[in-house]
Design a binder for this molecule. Sequence first.
Ligand code: UTP
Length: 464
Amino acid sequence: MNAAELQKHLEEHGQQHVLKFLDDLSPADQESFSKTLSAINFEQLNDLFNASFSESSWAELAAAAKVPPAKTLEDFANAESYADARAKGLETLAGGKVAMVIVAGGQGSRLGFDHPKGMFPIGPVSDRTLFQIFFENVKARGAESNTTIPLYIMTSPPTHVETVEFLTANDWFGVAESDVRVFCQGTMPAVDENGKLLLDSKGSIFQSPDGHGGTLKALEVNGCLDDMQQRGIEHLFYAQIDNPLVQVCHPALIGYHVLAASEMTTQVVRKVEPLQKVGNVVEVDGVVQIIEYSDLPEQYARQTNDDGSIKLWAGNIAVHLFTYDFLKKSVANADSLPFHRAHKKVPFIDGDGNLVTPESPNAFKFEKFIFDLLPSAQNAIVCEVDPAEGFCAVKNAPPATSETPQHVKDAIVALHRSWLESAGAKVSEGVKVEISPMFATDRESLVKKIEAGTIVDSDKFFDA
Ligand code: UTP
């Protein structure tokens, strides 16, 4: 598009304000700005800005909802069922059929950390970063099965370069570089409360990563799906960088997924409170999907079973397993994953060229969610995990009272203390313990490493 065409195009969509400072830009900057603007789908942006989903539609869905086929903690505690699932999972891992993707493209705005979230030091004794914990888990889990687990790390334009530099400088935390691919997700422009684009400099508009649902398309366009195919990968284990408790490539979880011929398996926690702030994994007329806590009308959230337990109990923790075939099939429809609207604070350049930093939300960002793949998955199941064993995400900085780094550190210590105690060790009150996956990947493998009666009476990091 030449300058006149671009001007006309923007005017047609009421977005010509973004050209106000065009004359201040160098010819090269003008060209790259024009290219960005020409690529924007304004019809789509406008539809997203105006879209709404009425409360009555959610109520209709919620009224018909039940929990999908589930493997509960009872199944995991049942010796026979667990042994079958674990054996199948180990066989699948040993066959080199499992890869892992970690999404780390978010901007971590609530945490207020000035680097990619994966670089946040979370090890309660070791100070290891989130990246290190995940990389070591992937390496150790692969080694247990005499195989390697290829690792795909999704970044975004704001986090990509620093992530690659950090991982390179740390020698990929012992994982072979040839088994890791760092790939960048797409972006989506944000708009203000009148649907107008926001300038983040005189020659660029504000864009944000297109949500963790952007993973699907990004895996495809960056050649990760081809790479998986060449390596004979059949299952992709998905997790988010901010939950260091993730049971990375847990054999029994993989086993239940394979035995159920599930195209997409979701790990869930049992809600302890009807209005708990987690997405609700439900099945409506045979279709598995998630109703966000904010969309689930209270009367349906409060429904109970005959024994008084919560009916819609399955809370999403963003740990999934996909079959390769399902991902490949879904790529063709990647563009049809819906965008969700979030009201956020976005600094911008105003009409006088000054930077404005808003104190309350002033803009809408649009993000896709990975769990919107669920409705098209065949045989989707959910697998329950005890949150103490598998879920504690770092989201907020103090003075917030939940999901802070301290909560997560405490959860790691509590979990590893309980592993040590199961192995017969005695950990003195108030002592902090942390176990590297290079020492033991889980409760079962720790038993073989610790002598019963071992006393731990000062803070200790158990490393390889
Ligand atoms: P959140 O939605 O919690 O976002 O992402 P965030 O970036 O960590 O934090 P806030 O909301 O800005 O404070 C959950 C997970 O999804 C990833 C994040 O990196 C995190 O692991 N994510 C999110 C992406 O990879 N890309 C996105 O566009 C959004």
